[in-house]
Design a protein around this ligand. Structure first.
Ligand SMILES: [Zn+2]
Length: 113
């Protein structure tokens, strides 16, 4: 396991597990090309800023981190990474233990290289 930290927000992607991107307010699919434009706009000298973007489906405002990714992806300044741990998906109990140890909410991202 490797723990890492960064001065700037990094995008943590799920690699080949990348699927649809959905609006967390109404569940409509967000166009990947539009999402890529938002990714480009959001990234500056200091990394991602997570500005609010107006989704076209229901006029809600969401940051890139708040969008519903299938599979999960997200943005972080730190993380813990395990390569080929051979344990399958983390259980709710294991996730809760990580969150207790780290003292913050944890988003699990399964990257398929
Ligand atoms: Zn929507």
């Amino acid at each position: 396991m490797i723990a890492w930290a960064s001065d700037r927000l990094e995008f943590i992607h799920c690699g080949q597990n990348f699927g649809r991107i959905l609006c967390p307010s109404c569940g409509s699919e967000i166009d990947v090309q539009l999402w890529q434009e938002w990714m480009d706009q959001d990234y500056g000298e200091n990394g991602f800023t997570l500005a609010q973007h107006s989704v076209q489906c229901c006029d809600a405002q969401h940051t890139l981190h708040e969008l519903a990714y299938e599979w999960p992806q997200g943005f972080a300044r730190s993380g813990v990474r395990a390569t080929n741990p051979g344990v399958g998906k983390l259980s709710d109990e294991q996730l809760a233990r990580f969150e207790t140890i780290l003292g913050c909410p944890v988003r699990v991202i399964y990257e398929h290289a």
